[in-house]
Design a protein around this ligand. Structure first.
Ligand SMILES: [Zn+2]
Length: 351
């Protein structure tokens, strides 16, 4: 009797498992088609303009400077004086006019190739510019990288690029001293840094890393960038398209199998944090990476970004291939998926 009921139960659960696997494949097929937005690479399209990681970081900081400035201008935590606020507000108000020069405002040059080009008041500067809105900003490539103790060449952090650009754009607003603009740039950058999370694959290097810039309000979405070797890839649009609000929901208690869920509304904002690298597969010519983090979306009458809900995760996976001695990310193979993973998903399948 006992063995009969045992085998009956196991038959029932294996039929149930088949049903879940069948429905899972249907759900997967429907979720994968929904993410169609494209990734965007920074730089590399001009001769001598944006060839390496640091140059791309500078170009990204330039592109998103209004976001970084607003973090300071709209926050009570930005410790700027009234005068500094006035200059920063002028820089922000002139930003569109600065860009009107056709996207060529940032120019990369090398002091070692052009000795004296960056020499101002007897000091080799990181950058130089003119005094008018729209003047080109020349950035010294030689100082964009530092040599680490382990012999690696490391690109400047995003926050340094923000400080540098605020400094140079400040010169377009009046006869301010280099030192005063340094202070302003550092204040804007340090607050911006609070909103940036960089999760490197290995400590002390951004060779492969994920950068997230979380928004200031609940009504906006994060910027998400992949740093991979010499590339900076903006996947923000694709990331945003993958975020779903909880709607009709049928939980499946098996790890690896997604729950059945039909989102009923679009989120109005989100934050992405608690990132970690989940899977890495590296050989001589191909690399596969997977990074995962908690997503908290602002949905009507549901959890907001401040409710500390850790049940929803977003997994980002991408590949890099070696071509002519350099690594390139295959933009068509970047996958971003939201998953519901509460603690009680306790059964892990061995495949
Ligand atoms: Zn200066």
């Amino acid at each position: 009797m006992k063995s009969n009921s045992m085998s009956l139960r196991s038959k029932k659960s294996s039929a149930g498992l088949k049903f879940w696997i069948l429905t899972m494949s249907l759900v997967l097929a429907s979720t994968l088609t929904s993410v169609t937005a494209h990734a965007r690479k920074f730089g590399g399209d001009e001769v001598n303009n944006g060839a390496g990681l640091a140059e791309r970081i500078v170009l990204y900081a330039y592109d998103r400077l209004p976001v970084f400035m607003n973090i300071c201008l709209q926050s009570n935590n930005c410790k700027i004086s009234g005068d500094e606020r006035a200059v920063l507000s002028q820089i922000a108000a002139s930003y569109a006019a600065e860009r009107a020069s056709g996207g060529q405002q940032i120019q990369f040059e090398s002091e070692s190739l052009k000795p004296g080009f960056f020499m101002i008041d007897g000091v080799v500067r990181m950058a130089k510019t003119g005094s008018r809105v729209g003047s080109p900003i020349y950035v010294n490539i030689d100082l964009l990288y530092t040599l680490q103790g382990n012999g690696r060449r490391e690109a400047i952090p995003m926050s340094d690029a923000v400080a540098l650009l605020i400094h140079e754009l400040g010169h377009h607003q009046g006869a301010y001293s280099h030192q005063d603009l340094d202070y302003l740039g550092v204040k804007v950058a340090s607050l911006a840094q609070n909103h940036m999370q960089i999760t490197p694959l290995l400590p002390f290097t951004n060779t492969v890393a994920l950068m997230v810039l979380n928004p200031l309000t609940e009504q906006a979405f994060p910027d998400v960038l992949i740093y991979a070797h010499e590339e900076v890839i903006d996947i923000s649009a694709q990331f945003r398209a993958s975020i779903k609000c909880p709607g009709f929901h049928l939980p499946i208690p098996i790890g690896g199998l997604p729950d059945l869920g039909v989102p009923l509304e679009k989120p109005r904002g989100a934050t992405y944090n608690n990132l970690f690298w989940e899977d890495i597969d590296v050989d001589a010519t191909e690399q596969e990476y997977e990074v995962k983090g908690s997503i908290a979306a602002t949905c009507q009458e549901r959890a907001t970004i401040f409710t500390n809900n850790k049940d929803y995760k977003i997994r980002i996976s991408f590949d890099a291939k070696k071509k002519d001695g350099k690594w390139f990310v295959d933009e068509n193979k970047i996958r971003i998926e939201q998953k519901y993973e509460p603690w009680w998903k306790f059964i892990i399948l061995p495949f």
